[in-house]
Ligand binder design. Structure first.
Ligand code: GLV
Length: 312
């Protein structure tokens, strides 16, 4: 039997590092980098981030598609995605920790009013802002999966009040949990800082619109590290202009890279990062990937399979 092969397709990740981490755990695995497919019959697994449309149809024995990220929407963007092959998301403790680091970084910066202080410094203006009471500051997380749950826990340990909102009911210790559209206004009305970590699905696309911003308090800060298309840009810009949102931190955008003429680039109350809140790391993600490859080769179901109907 020829050695099983994995096809790697990503322009943002290092194929050498991923290949080395996978082969350290599964020396018999051949790692091939798209478009150098070799004998297509050998390929049993694909590790992809924004793969070319239709690329996954080249492999008749493909048994597993692993998304090189937490959000699987780029996979579903392929109109020729093979129908019956399980898609699994990356559950990498370092990817999760990286997202928590990003959320804590920006929540603390917003809580401590760093954007206003930086503006005052640029004008050589002594602008005393009394530190807000952390125990009376509420951070609301939209999305309470792996990423949201971990960030919520860390924020609670720092001393914030923490609320969470998810599509379906969830319970997270130390977090006031809300769910469903009906409970969105009650969730939003008490938040000082709202952090969106929602995946992009048919149910979340354009979810955060003018109606949602209308339920926030005046002066709420907003962070989006989920997906750009969850937010209606014009509604966020209007909320920034009216002061409903005092500052927005955005890592993800409707179109990436964001076009140079987009208003976000020059808005004085927008902080932008280029979709680099977190990433998957080969050494910490490889065990889960190899375990799943071994499972499918043994005819078993892989773990962390994406629900195609729900889209995440
Ligand atoms: C990044 O956006 C990811 O989905 O991991």
């Amino acid at each position: 039997m020829p050695a099983p092969a994995l096809i790697f397709a990503s322009n943002s990740d290092d194929p050498v590092a991923w290949g080395a981490a996978l082969r350290a755990l599964m020396p018999e695995l051949e790692v091939r980098v798209w478009p150098e497919t070799g004998r297509v019959e050998d390929v049993v697994a694909a590790l992809v981030w924004r793969h070319p449309d239709g690329a996954l149809n080249a492999f008749p024995n493909l048994k597993l598609v692993v998304n090189l990220g937490a959000g699987v929407d780029p996979i579903f963007a392929d109109p020729h995605l093979p129908r019956n092959i399980p898609i699994v998301r990356l559950v990498d403790p370092e990817l999760t920790r990286g997202m928590t680091e990003y959320v804590v970084l920006h929540v603390l910066a917003l809580h401590r009013r760093l954007p206003e202080l930086a503006e005052a410094q640029r004008a050589a203006r002594w602008h005393y802002i009394h530190p807000a009471d952390t125990r009376r500051t509420r951070v609301g997380l939209m999305g309470l999966g792996n990423l949201g749950g971990h960030a919520a826990d860390m924020l609670a340990r720092i001393g914030f009040q923490v609320s969470g909102w998810s599509r379906t009911p969830k319970q997270v210790a130390g977090v006031d949990c809300f769910h469903g559209r009906d409970q969105l206004p009650a969730f939003l009305k008490d938040c000082d800082i709202v952090v969106c970590l929602l995946p992009l699905t048919a149910a979340t696309e354009n979810l955060i619109d003018a109606g949602v911003f209308a339920h926030m308090r005046d002066g709420t800060a907003f962070v989006n590290a989920g997906r750009g298309r969850v937010v209606v840009d014009d509604a966020l810009l209007a909320a920034l202009d009216s002061g409903r949102v005092r500052h927005a931190v955005l890592d993800v955008f409707r179109d990436e890279p964001l076009p140079a003429d987009h208003r976000y680039w020059r808005h004085p109350r927008v902080t932008m990062t280029p979709h680099n809140a977190t990433a998957g790391y080969p050494e910490t993600a490889a065990p889960q990937i190899v375990d799943n490859i071994r499972r499918v080769l043994a005819g078993q179901a892989p773990v962390n399979v994406v629900d195609r109907a729900a889209g995440y």
